[in-house]
Design a protein. Structure first.
Length: 261
């Protein structure tokens, strides 16, 4: 009799356990909805602001990884084509190519070529100014990630303070600890906004630092490549001829004639 009761109890407990562990129909959608409620809806309107910032940050990160790369700034194909044109003394073609090519390298070389009639020192100054201007624009471009990375935790902290103020305000109104659901609602605002603030700030600041280093590296590579390309204009470079690019009168396009000495 005891064995029969023990077996029945065991089967009953097993059946109850299976009923608790087996997912009911539609459980997956319920879990997803519950997750969304916990990590998004519970943050209130402050949480939605930070979620919006996260979408902006993701968009900027994707754009920066596409646009700030070696192929876009110091393309080997552009460098090879420029080297070929300059070695064959096709300086006019080099000016036209660099004015149409949108890489940083072509922009820097173009600035130097347009100052060739004023000597190599003027070419160097023009290249340095162009390089500084382009690198500054890239740094300003990624600065938005730095802003988002620093502002997001502050908004999260604001949400934390806001939730705690609401909680203690409800305690003061009732003169006692309010219902559990009201406590949970206010604490959720405090924690969820902090969670989202950190979740946005960490990758935004990480990518910002990575992109700063990448810009520094590519800018240095661009400066070295431009210097090598225009080294034929250095006094005493040993090149067979010295190309002197003479500009047309003011208002005309930067065309030139090459005189060989």
């Amino acid at each position: 009799m005891r064995r029969a009761m023990y077996a029945a109890g065991t089967l009953g407990f097993a059946g109850w356990s299976l009923a608790q562990t087996e997912p009911a129909p539609g459980t997956s959608s319920a879990v997803a909805s519950n997750w969304f409620d916990h990590f998004v809806v519970s943050g209130g309107w402050i949480g939605y602001i930070i979620v919006g910032l996260s979408l902006v940050a993701v968009t900027l990160i994707v754009e920066h990884f596409i646009s700030i790369r070696r192929q876009k700034l110091v393309a080997p194909e552009s460098a090879g084509h420029l080297r070929d044109l300059l070695e064959r003394k096709k300086y006019i073609d080099a000016i036209h190519f660099t004015s149409e090519d949108d890489t940083m390298l072509s922009g820097v070389v173009n600035a130097g070529l347009l100052e060739a009639s004023n000597g190599y020192a003027a070419m160097e100054r023009a290249m340095e100014e162009e390089l500084e201007g382009r690198s500054a624009r890239l740094f300003r471009k990624i600065e938005y990630l730095n802003i988002i990375g620093n502002v997001s935790p502050m908004i999260g902290l604001f949400g934390t303070v806001f939730g705690l103020i609401r909680l203690f305000g409800s305690i003061g109104e009732r003169g006692r600890i309010p219902e559990a659901n009201l406590v949970a609602e206010n604490i959720s605002i405090a924690l969820v906004t902090t969670f989202w603030g950190l979740l946005v700030a960490i990758p935004a600041l990480g990518v910002y630092g990575f992109m700063r280093n990448r810009i520094d590296i590519l800018t240095a590579e661009c400066a070295q490549a431009a210097d090598r390309l225009l080294s034929i204009f250095k006094p005493g470079a040993g090149h067979g001829s010295t190309g002197i690019l003479r500009r047309e009168p003011a208002g005309a396009a930067a065309t030139a004639a090459v005189s060989t000495t």
